[in-house]
Design a protein around this ligand. Structure first.
Ligand code: GLN
Length: 197
């Protein structure tokens, strides 16, 4: 399939750092498409839910059937949530509890690293080939628990920061803010694999 067109991957663009994700997707060999309304999901091969403020995103998603449209999309196509996006995907959200799409079997705790050290750049262990991964944490959440089908792919102090469950990926850090494209490439490959199925 030498001439297969690049996958078209949406980036939820209602709030947060979606532009950096779009640039990262281009570098990783995909065509990014900004998603601002439910209709924009049509024809996409995958979707990224960016970092930002999950409560603000939820408010937007409450209108025009956006939340339901996303639920449906997540059930049929690969999705990748980073930071606030990971919070939106989790089965359960704590600190405080809030609504979520519940497509990732994980319990996520918001703003889990405390005020003083809530933002940090670390180089830490990953199972991805190529050695330790730079991870940018900004008021980051933490996976308090992950289900048996959830595979941890990177770690901070031994707990998972990047996970995958089937076609769902989630990171508590911001891979789009580092120059290393391994994480976006992994997602683009998952999207390509799902498309050819
Ligand atoms: N603290 C934010 C939230 O709870 C997430 C921060 C981020 O996406 N960088 O939604």
């Amino acid at each position: 399939m030498k001439n297969a067109p690049q996958p078209r991957i949406g980036v939820l663009a209602i709030q947060g750092d979606y532009a950096a994700h779009a640039a990262a997707l281009e570098e990783a060999g995909a065509t990014p498409c900004e998603v601002r309304k439910p209709e924009d999901l049509a024809g996409l091969d995958g979707l990224i839910l960016p970092g930002g403020e999950s409560t603000t995103m939820l408010k937007f998603l409450a209108s025009r059937g956006f939340f339901l449209a996303l639920e449906k999309f997540c059930g049929s196509k690969p999705v990748f949530g980073t930071c606030a996006g990971a919070i939106l995907l989790a089965r359960e959200v704590r600190n405080p509890a809030q609504a979520s799409l519940r497509v990732l079997d994980a319990v996520v705790e918001r703003n889990a690293y405390g005020r003083q050290i809530d933002s940090a750049i670390l180089h830490s262990a990953t199972t991805l080939p190529g050695g330790p991964l730079e991870m940018v944490f900004i008021r980051a959440p933490r996976f308090a628990a992950i289900g048996p089908d959830v595979e941890p792919l990177a770690f901070r102090d031994g707990s998972p920061t990047l996970v995958r469950q089937g076609a769902v990926m989630a990171a508590t850090f911001h891979p789009e803010l580092s120059s290393d494209r391994r994480v976006h490439r992994l997602f683009v490959e998952a999207v390509k694999a799902a498309r050819s199925r």
